[in-house]
Design a protein around this ligand. Structure first.
Ligand code: RB5
Length: 145
């Protein structure tokens, strides 16, 4: 199950990504927002990040105007590693090296075609483990301080 959320600034791209995921056979949990009426991104990003942190969703994709607010919000939730990626190389690395569980995107930064390519690459990549496990473990240790 993939958690999906946006504010008004990411609503249109969220809808495109939802269709892309559903067409690809993924199960999606859409946590809003439901239209382009102005809302506050932390309310939506936090709920989606919580769903991933609790294990109700395995991965999450969060969209706002820039992706920045969503990434800051999601990374406040314990255990979450959210990556803001606007190119497919970073998207792949965020899975392989950082074991990111949330992808953040900015609707005002990338076009739909690139965004969907980033989503595809991100979902098809997986954690490499090895030396990267030690580094991810250190993030978790520092988070507990
Ligand atoms: C909303 O105008 C905008 O600030 C928001 O979508 C996002 O870009 C924040 O980081």
């Amino acid at each position: 199950m993939i958690a999906l959320a946006s504010d008004h600034g990411g609503y249109r791209l969220k809808e495109e990504i939802k269709k892309f995921l559903e067409d690809g056979g993924y199960e999606v949990r859409d946590l809003g927002t439901g239209d382009e009426e102005s809302v506050d991104y932390p309310d939506y990003g936090h709920q989606a990040a919580r769903a991933v942190a609790r294990g109700e969703c395995q991965l999450g994709i969060l969209i706002c105007g820039t992706g920045i607010g969503m990434s800051i919000t999601a990374n406040k939730v314990r255990g979450i590693r959210a990556a803001l990626c606007h190119d497919s190389f970073s998207a792949r690395m965020s899975r392989e090296h950082n074991d990111a569980s949330i992808l953040c995107l900015g609707q005002r930064v990338v076009g739909t075609g690139l965004a969907l390519e980033i989503v595809r690459v991100w979902l098809e990549s997986s954690f490499s483990g090895g030396r990267h496990s030690r580094r991810v473990q250190k993030i978790e240790n520092y988070e507990k301080e």
